[in-house]
Design a protein around this ligand. Structure first.
Ligand code: GLA
Length: 367
């Protein structure tokens, strides 16, 4: 493989119940890092990277074929989420004096809400892929018609994955609309940097360069406050073991059953990207940095993972695994959850003539 021209492999990933075939593509780089991506949901299926001894392992929870991703218990493994990532209170918002009703497809703390774009969000659509071997990239496109999942405006969305020889994987979402709408596309991989997906991520060391976070209420909706992390278990400004304070008596942690909050990021730097998170697995030495141009990062510690969701009638995880509680973590860069209902949050409205652009960079190393 020459670094000025990469080979992108294509294979079948199985068929959906309606007969449509899903495909899986493999990007690889000069260091043996690979990323497998399916056109079903523009989903990142695997990311294989070396540990400090050069041992390459898959760092992502997921399924062996498309059926698992299409299954009813898929917790958005690797998904490209849209139109609106995270929760919208009561599944309702008002835009330009018009009320919109969305699916209440999630129930947190007994309170129904809209989650991750609804019943058939972007993660459950087949996207059109364009392979770009000259830049080791794949671009997926999807047109979400006016009214889909209750959202206004026909939206043209594009997601590009690109892998380079510095072990950077980028995920870039771009979209335009023909009518005012709200948009918060989110990338949702579940990481376990040890490569052993039966082990807890509570031993991973996390750094979030954020001095504020969004406390949530019992229904996991932000209260509207931007609270200081100082003196709380939400302070990750210094690298800290995730499990150290996760079970502390701290109201918003108790409501969420652990870490599942949006931290407030500093403004992007001159290159348009700022560090959002750095996470390290002490056993393997693997480290991942996340950079973004977004205002927030959701750190979710896998509190809803439950082995029953990977047994019996439900698809098992990769290699037949039933994923246990807190065996993976998500770091989802985003606009603030429930922003369409919170006037004090940065706007997530997209208007005709504007271009939405969400840039995300994952950098892998080992020490
Ligand atoms: C996000 C949310 C979590 C949970 C997962 C999906 O990360 O913040 O509360 O809903 O998605 O299971």
């Amino acid at each position: 493989m020459k670094s000025d021209h990469y080979e992108i492999l294509t294979a079948t990933f199985g068929h959906l119940k309606d007969g449509r075939e899903a495909l899986i593509y493999t990007l690889s780089n000069a260091n043996g890092v690979t990323a497998e991506i399916t056109n079903y949901g523009a989903t990142l299926v695997s990311l294989k990277a070396p540990d400090r001894d050069g041992t390459i392992e898959d760092l992502l929870h997921g399924y062996d074929s498309v059926d698992g991703y299409a299954g009813s218990k898929n917790p958005y493994f690797g998904a490209s989420v849209g139109r609106f990532g995270n929760r919208i209170k009561d599944g309702k918002f008002t835009l330009d004096c018009k009320d919109y009703i969305l699916a209440t497809n999630n129930d947190s703390g007994g309170i129904p809400c809209h989650l991750h774009g609804g019943v058939d969000g972007f993660n459950r659509r087949i996207w059109t892929a364009t392979l770009r071997p000259e830049s080791n990239a794949i671009t997926f496109t999807y047109v979400s018609v006016d009214g889909e999942e209750g959202y206004p405006g026909t939206l043209c969305a594009e997601i590009t994955y690109q892998l380079n020889d510095n072990n950077d994987l980028t995920w870039t979402a771009v979209a335009t609309t023909d009518a005012p709408t709200v948009l918060n596309m989110v990338h949702h991989p579940y990481w376990n940097l040890s490569g052993d997906h039966s082990t807890s991520i509570n031993d991973h060391i996390l750094m979030l360069p954020c001095d504020r976070y969004l406390p949530t209420n019992v229904g996991l909706i932000p209260t509207g406050e931007l609270a200081s992390v100082i003196g709380t278990p939400m302070d990750f400004t210094q690298p800290t073991q995730i499990g150290l304070r996760v079970n502390d008596q701290f109201e918003t942690l108790e409501f969420a059953g652990g870490y599942d909050h949006c931290w407030v990021l500093q403004q992007p730097n001159v290159n348009g990207l700022a560090l959002a998170a750095r996470v390290k697995d002490p056993k393997s030495g693997r480290m991942m940095e996340v950079h973004t141009n977004q205002v927030g990062v959701q750190f979710y510690g896998g509190n809803f993972l439950s082995p029953e969701d990977f047994q019996g009638e439900f698809a098992s995880g990769k290699g037949g695994l039933a994923y246990e509680y807190r065996t993976a973590l998500c770091l989802e860069t985003e606009g603030f959850p429930d922003a369409p209902n919170q006037a004090n949050f940065p706007s997530t409205v997209l208007c005709p003539g504007e271009t939405y652009e969400h840039r995300m960079l994952y950098r892998f190393s080992a020490e």
